[in-house]
Design a protein around this ligand. Structure first.
Ligand code: 13P
Length: 257
């Protein structure tokens, strides 16, 4: 059985003191949940990582970053390496988010390099894939997923692939309030699992966790994670408040499949 994973992507929100406040609030609300049952991850902005690490130390909440650069070190002004993330206390890192693909020229090729860099440092990558509205409307969803999955995961060994998490995030559902229906999420995520069977094998595909992301909130989390191929959520807007994110985590941890 795959362990549910709920991650909060704070995007470009929160100062250091606001991040500490949110992390403290989540720690207070979620301390009763068992890490045997659920993985809880928060991904603050870079500047708050080291401080938030201190706050969540010894708790059931793990730390993630929102991006990294694939080089180990060097003259790459403005970039952050996997080693730096590890040093700041991260165990997860989001890679290839659609906002990076859309606004910062992220490609499958750069996602692949970042993925390898994260793995080499022992970070768990959360690799994002998903179609835009026009791609969905022109019935290209599966084609986009083929492209994102095959090329982003190029040359990743069966052993390493087991260390990653995939997030299916249809771009049209991000920040729009327009969630994919649980059937739409399941259809796409089952398709992704099918691709993984072809690329690896049944056992690998059945082990790998696939999250859904896009306007996840307390009102829709139960329906989404009740689907057989939806193993958790990557939450944007609703992860910025203690009440909504802790509610999502608690509801998801109560879903038995
Ligand atoms: P929203 O939950 O705000 O739609 O954002 C989803 C997302 O992009 C998470 O990475």
């Amino acid at each position: 059985m795959r362990k549910t994973i709920i991650a909060g992507n704070w995007k470009m929100h929160k100062t250091i003191s606001e991040s500490i406040e949110l992390a403290n609030g989540l720690k207070r609300e979620l301390f009763k949940l068992d890490t045997q049952d659920i993985d809880i991850v928060i991904c603050p902005g870079f500047t708050a990582l080291a401080e938030v690490t201190e706050v969540i130390q010894g708790s059931n909440i793990q730390l993630g970053a929102q991006d990294l650069y694939w080089q180990k070190e060097g003259a790459f002004t403005g970039e952050i390496s996997s080693l730096m993330l590890k040093d700041a206390g991260c165990s997860f890192v989001i890679i290839g988010h659609s906002e990076r693909r859309q606004f910062f020229s992220e490609t499958n090729e750069s996602v692949n390099k970042k993925l390898k860099a994260a793995l080499s440092e022992g970070l768990t990558p959360i690799v994002c894939v998903g179609e835009t509205l026009s791609e969905r409307e022109s019935k290209k969803t599966f084609k986009v997923l083929d492209d994102h999955i095959k090329n982003s995961l190029m040359d990743i060994s069966p052993e390493d692939i087991l260390k990653i998490v995939i997030a299916y995030e249809p771009v049209w559902a991000i920040g729009t309030g327009k969630t994919a229906t649980s059937q739409e999420a399941e259809e796409a995520q089952k398709y992704i699992r099918g691709l993984l069977i072809k690329m690896y094998n049944e056992e690998v595909a059945s082990f790998l966790r696939i999250q859904y992301g896009g306007s996840v909130k307390p009102e829709n989390i139960v329906e989404l994670v009740s689907e057989p191929d939806v193993d958790g959520a990557l939450v944007g807007g609703a992860s910025l408040k203690v009440d909504s994110f802790s509610e999502i985590v608690k509801l998801a941890s109560g879903v038995k499949k």
